[in-house]
Write a protein that binds this ligand. Structure first.
Ligand SMILES: Nc1ccn([C@@H]2O[C@H](COP(=O)(O)O)[C@@H](O)[C@H]2O)c(=O)n1
Ligand SMILES: C[C@@]1(CO)OP(=O)(O)OP(=O)(O)OC[C@H]1O
Length: 162
């Protein structure tokens, strides 16, 4: 069994739509990023890469590469999933905390879990997504950006020879 942790922060601004966990959140300022700015999926990618000792998202998909400009982070997540599957790992469970003063995440959590289940080929019962504010403290409390933490447990496939 191996554990991985991912953490990402993006600032509000620019003119991209706000996309969190593959869900487009209407009528809200988006996040500044090279990609589509999906801060939640970036934290999940980093947790998975960390668990498998495969580095981090920037190593695989550099933000200096135009190929990844405005890229759909669900594509990146599926590529990360393939990297860990190629090393014969299965995902046991994923736990995610969105730290955001805004938007209110609760209406979107169920769709985010469905997107993750689809892209990572796991069950909904293996995924937990939750959110908290910072009670108006700090840069998140001032609504300057969003942070996301993710922890994941992976295990070698039972029939793996690795
Ligand atoms: N962006 C957010 C933040 C919080 N929630 C939900 O509200 C609950 C209370 O938040 P506190 O920061 O006061 O602990 C939290 O447990 C979440 O259910 C949310 O949906 N979106
Ligand atoms: C996702 C990538 C893709 O180029 O760019 P950004 O959208 O800037 O996001 P970040 O969380 O800084 O991760 C780095 C990159 O891999």
């Amino acid at each position: 069994m191996r554990i991985g942790h991912g953490y990402d922060v993006h600032a509000f601004g620019g003119n991209k739509p706000l996309i969190i966990g593959g869900v487009k959140i209407d009528n809200h300022i988006g996040l500044i990023a090279h990609s589509d700015g999906d801060v939640l999926l970036h934290a999940v990618c980093d947790a998975l890469l960390g668990a498998a000792a495969l580095g981090d998202i920037g190593r695989h998909f550099p933000d200096t590469d135009q190929k990844f400009a405005n890229v759909d982070s669900r594509d990146l997540l599926r590529r990360v999933y393939q990297l860990i599957a190629d090393k014969s790992y299965l995902i046991s469970n994923i736990d995610i905390t969105v730290v955001a003063q805004t938007p209110k995440m609760s209406p979107y959590i169920s769709q985010i879990c469905q997107n993750l289940a689809e892209d990572l080929a796991i069950g909904i019962d293996q995924i937990n997504v939750k959110a908290t504010t910072t009670e108006s403290l700090g840069y998140i409390g001032r609504k300057e950006g969003i942070a996301v933490h993710c922890v994941v447990i992976i295990e070698k496939m039972p029939d793996s020879n690795d």
